[in-house]
Design a protein around this ligand. Structure first.
Ligand SMILES: [Zn+2]
Length: 194
């Protein structure tokens, strides 16, 4: 499935107002996250409501602490593998916060400027679902095709770029398995002969 005007055609579209322009127009990294609302619970519409500024602060005690946040990600991958896109990839979504990354020779801050942010629905300790790895591999290949500056070694995590604040997507995320899914998605014939 291609990306058209910044939207992945395989995703369900739920537009978030939480985005602005990328200062250099660059799309060259991918940051993986995880989220569950309320924490540890899966399903429901709360994540979509958080990213569209419509979360009811009275619906759960935790929501009162986050309902005023203005945050977003480009994409959410639900437990069943469904993809929901909130922000076009050409726009700057608000997922990484204060962050820094060694990009070759130089240290760079503010990864939101040039990264795509993908949230996996999860709680960092429960195993992610196979359907999530497969959807993530599919959209990552679509992104690498559309944005050639984005390569497999430029895939990182929120925990890696904000280590004192964040731990997602956590120890449950199987990087080796994700790399295998990515490789299989890029070269389907390799999968058949493996
Ligand atoms: Zn995160």
């Amino acid at each position: 499935m291609p990306i058209e005007a910044g939207w992945w055609q395989a995703a369900r579209r739920v537009e978030s107002p939480n985005h602005n322009a990328r200062p250099h127009g660059e799309v060259s990294a991918l940051v993986l996250h995880s989220i569950s609302l309320p924490p540890g619970e899966f399903g429901g519409e709360h994540i979509e409501r958080l990213f569209t500024n419509t979360l009811d602060p009275r619906a759960h005690p935790y929501f009162a602490t986050i309902a005023d946040l203005r945050v977003s990600a480009h994409l959410l991958i639900r437990r069943d593998g469904e993809c929901v896109q909130f922000v076009p990839f050409d726009r700057r979504a608000w997922h990484a916060g204060r962050s820094r990354w060694f990009d070759g020779e130089r240290e760079r801050c503010e990864l939101n400027d040039f990264a795509v942010g993908i949230e996996l629905e999860g709680d960092e300790v429960s195993a992610y679902r196979d359907a999530q790895y497969r959807s993530l591999a599919r959209v990552t290949v679509a992104l690498m095709t559309h944005y050639p500056a984005l390569s497999p070694e430029r895939i990182t995590s929120h925990a890696h770029i904000a280590p004192l604040r964040k731990t997602d997507p956590g120890p449950a995320f199987d990087w080796a398995y994700f790399r295998r899914c990515l490789y299989a998605e890029r070269s389907p014939s390799a999968q058949r002969t493996a």
